[in-house]
Write a protein that binds this ligand. Structure first.
Ligand code: NAD
Length: 498
């Protein structure tokens, strides 16, 4: 074990002061490879001091100059891609090509943010009344914060600070304590790209640091991504303190498979979306909904041998399908959900619990698990398991298949596989879920659209990135102006401009 990570405040690394440390594991070996400091309220306060000091000049800078910093940042991250991917894989456990994808999907939001001069333009109406013009502008909020989960330590911080900083805000990231290295490196690169000190800060920590963000009156907006109970806690407490809050939670995404779907394609697609990244994706597919028993039986017979032969390897490998889970505690939690599903009456088609990788016996590995006959009343179906586990919930017909994701407590993503345009169109219109894939298993929208789930997958009103993100990170000011040459009379009724 070597490093102890502190924080990145006002353009430099600073050691933690609290004396409270959290283990950072290498999930492949099971060893503690570093420690991370957990911040106190006063350390958070120092980051806010730095961000507050940087705000006036950064927000007053021409948007095209802020965009140039984003362009440079993108170039530096691309140059550092292999290093970032290694850091990410070694702490998270996802395989290297998947880590590069994590960085790349974040970079796409940075690319979007490079267009901020255009995106942040206001609106103008000439002669909205007699000699009156009306215009609006989108102004940054001030000091903002992002609280991020362990499963996308590059992409999700970039979703947040990419748009927020481009809009002229200054920012504090509170990363997951499980994999803090990538956010710290991104902050270094942002300084190298030309952002002034204090524009992007990273404060590591746990609940104390999160509560310090909620309680800090100088922080104007919070973006959160993580599990639903914490999302709801941050949404309600942050809003009660008068802050703007968007908080995205857990998921249980369904893939509906109609009898006319190309089954070979379905099997290939669901293998990646259910088991890739060891199922630790909020847009993974942990539930398959085949319509009709024939479809279900065919799916299982084709899927079973492929789940049994998934290639599971160390996170730094290039040619595995998946790596280990993030921690021993999480692996054990996933295993306990598999037992719960069996106790609830589900059929265990493939059991991944006893998997061990030769040479890495202490790593947090698990094989793929396949369960059949999940039912809406099963707790293991209702809850998010977040592991390499696929549950099959059979549906009799299209209506029942559409009702399952629609009535589930989570509403992040959903997919339908079919050859029928009419059925897909009907499904898209009716399903009560925020992001829908048609013959696409993981429908994460591109950066110039927008990301956000419904129900317990998303609290707040505005999505991540895209123009929705620009709306979240700015407030609108509307100006009604006239420049009269003559004396105006008093008006005692509401001016109507008619
Ligand atoms: P988590 O909720 O445990 O942690 C998220 C963040 O909250 C971390 O920064 C953590 O330090 C902080 N936190 C943890 N406990 C807290 C507490 N009691 N009070 C205040 N803050 C606390 O989530 P995780 O395990 O890191 O990430 C996995 C979860 O995130 C899954 O539920 C997954 O579905 C979800 N997720 C959702 C999306 C989405 O866009 N909807 C994207 C990625 C991940």
């Amino acid at each position: 074990m070597s490093a102890t990570f502190g924080h990145f405040i006002n353009g430099e690394h600073v050691a933690g002061e609290s004396g409270r440390l959290h283990d950072v594991f290498n999930p492949t070996t099971g060893e503690v490879q570093a420690k991370v400091s957990l911040a106190t309220q006063s350390e958070m306060s120092k980051a806010v001091d730095a961000a507050e000091k940087a705000f006036p000049a950064w927000s007053a800078m021409n948007p095209q100059r802020r965009a140039r910093v984003m362009f440079k940042f993108k170039e530096l991250v691309e140059k550092d891609m292999d290093n970032l991917a290694k850091l990410l894989s070694s702490e998270h456990g996802k395989i290297l090509p998947d880590s590069r994808g994590d960085v790349q999907r974040g970079l796409e939001v940075i690319e979007f943010a490079c267009g901020i001069p255009h995106l942040q333009k206001g609106e103008y109406t000439e002669s909205a009344g007699p000699d009156i013009d009306v215009y609006s502008m989108r102004q940054p909020l001030g000091v903002c914060a992002g609280i991020t989960p362990f499963n996308f330590p590059a992409m999700i911080p970039m979703w947040m600070f990419g748009v927020a900083i481009a809009c002229g805000n200054t920012f504090i990231v509170k990363p997951s304590e499980k994999d803090p290295s990538v956010p710290l490196r991104l902050a270094e690169l942002m300084m190298e790209a030309g952002a002034p000190a204090g524009v992007l800060n990273v404060v590591n920590g746990d609940k104390d640091a999160v509560d310090a963000i909620i309680d800090e009156p100088r922080i104007k907006a919070i973006s959160f991504v993580g599990s639903s109970d914490i999302a709801q806690y941050i949404y309600s407490n942050g809003a009660a303190k008068g802050k703007r809050v968007q908080a995205f939670g857990g998921a249980k995404n369904h893939m509906v498979i109609l009898p006319d779907a190309d089954m070979e394609n379905v099997v290939n697609q669901i293998l990646g979306s259910a088991y890739g990244s060891a199922g630790e994706r909020c847009m993974a597919t942990p539930v398959a909904v085949p319509v009709g028993d024939d479809t279900a039986d065919k799916l299982i017979s084709m899927l079973k041998p492929k789940v049994e032969s998934l290639r599971i390897g160390p996170s730094l490998s290039e040619d595995s399908d998946l790596g280990p889970l993030v921690s021993a505690a999480h692996r054990d939690r996933v295993a306990s959900y598999i037992q719960m599903a069996i106790d609830e009456g589900q059929e265990l088609v493939v059991d991944g619990r006893d998997f061990s990788l030769q040479g890495y016996e202490n790593g947090f590995f698990m094989g793929g698990t396949l369960l059949d006959h999940a039912k809406p009343e099963h707790k293991s179906y209702q809850d998010e398991i977040f592991g390499p586990v696929l549950q099959i919930a059979r549906a009799k017909n299209f209506e029942e298949a559409t009702a399952l994701p629609s009535q589930h407590q989570y509403g992040n993503g959903v997919a339908i596989f079919t050859r029928s345009g009419a059925a897909a169109r009907d499904f898209v219109a009716k399903v009560n879920v925020g992001m829908v894939g048609v013959n696409v298993p993981i429908p994460v929208p591109v950066s110039y659209h927008t990301f956000g789930g419904w129900k317990r997958s998303g609290f707040g009103d505005t999505n991540q990135y895209g123009t929705e993100g620009v709306k979240f990170w700015t407030k609108i000011k509307t100006v009604t102006q006239r420049w009269p040459d003559d004396i105006q009379g008093s008006e005692f009724v509401i001016p109507t401009m008619g």
